[in-house]
Design a binder for this molecule. Structure first.
Ligand SMILES: [Zn+2]
Length: 253
């Protein structure tokens, strides 16, 4: 089976409600390639390594969470960006990028998928934090210590997880934001949860965790954001009966 590149764009833009979510990059078809799509490669970031693998497997399209053209970066197509875009154009590969619309999606989103991976119960979006879905919360099936949750995260994500906690604290309710969501730690405090999980950590995050008495976990930007694009890829594979392959390019950050 195959679909056109514009059909795929229209479908994904609608599914992920691109027009309703303001973002700091363009969401949707970022680099146009061939009109007909039979094979899609999904991945977290449209890095050169992912493009090279997509070329190897004859992909017609790449679908990622981190695409190009971020607000604040130079608009010139030079250096690393030139090489990446040249490779896409030379191979007529379409690049689709969905950033915040993918983080927040109630079913295929990064946050929802991470909550499901952790078997969190009563998963819901923190409606007071915009865009809605960028922070989710819920309850752990069993109350557990911060080190048990750290261990669980390490097993599920296959990497080291940084934890900052007060000795003896037990967690039942947690909030999370995949990727670089450490700036939401105070919002998590306001939600009244026992713990907050995100991908990255900043120096000041540790002080907030200590002084606001919330257990904090930094589980990796890449590691926490593998699951949304994977779930979205599985969905379009079924929906359009096209070939979709998730390719993980490991990243320790
Ligand atoms: Zn991200």
């Amino acid at each position: 089976m195959s679909i056109t590149n514009l059909e795929l764009k229209t479908y994904l833009d609608g599914l992920l409600r691109v027009n309703e979510i303001s973002d700091y990059c363009p969401n949707g078809l970022q680099v146009e390639g061939k009109g007909n799509i039979q094979k899609v490669v999904t991945g977290v970031t449209a890095s050169q390594a992912l493009i090279d693998k997509a070329i190897d497997v004859n992909a017609d399209a790449i679908l990622v969470h981190h695409g190009y053209f971020w607000k604040g970066e130079t608009q010139a197509i030079t250096g690393m960006k030139k090489k990446r875009i040249a490779a896409l154009l030379a191979n007529d590969i379409n690049l689709y990028g969905y950033h915040l619309p993918l983080d927040v999606h109630p079913e295929y989103g990064n946050n929802r998928q991470l909550g499901d991976l952790l078997h969190v119960e009563n998963i819901r979006a923190a409606t007071q934090i915009k865009p809605v879905g960028v922070v989710m919360l819920g309850e752990l099936a069993e109350p557990m210590s911060a080190s048990s949750l750290q261990e669980k995260l390490q097993q599920l994500l296959g990497r080291q997880v940084l934890v900052e906690t007060t000795e003896g604290s037990t967690l039942k309710s947690i909030a999370w934001c995949t990727g670089g969501g450490q700036g939401f730690i105070e919002s998590a405090v306001e939600l009244g949860v026992d713990g907050f999980i995100t991908g990255e950590v900043s120096e000041q995050t540790i002080h907030t965790a200590r002084e606001m008495n919330i257990s904090f976990f930094a589980a990796g930007h890449h590691a926490t954001e593998r699951y949304g694009i994977k779930a979205l890829g599985e969905h379009i594979k079924e929906h359009f009966a096209i070939d979709v392959e998730f390719i993980d390019i490991p990243n320790p950050a």
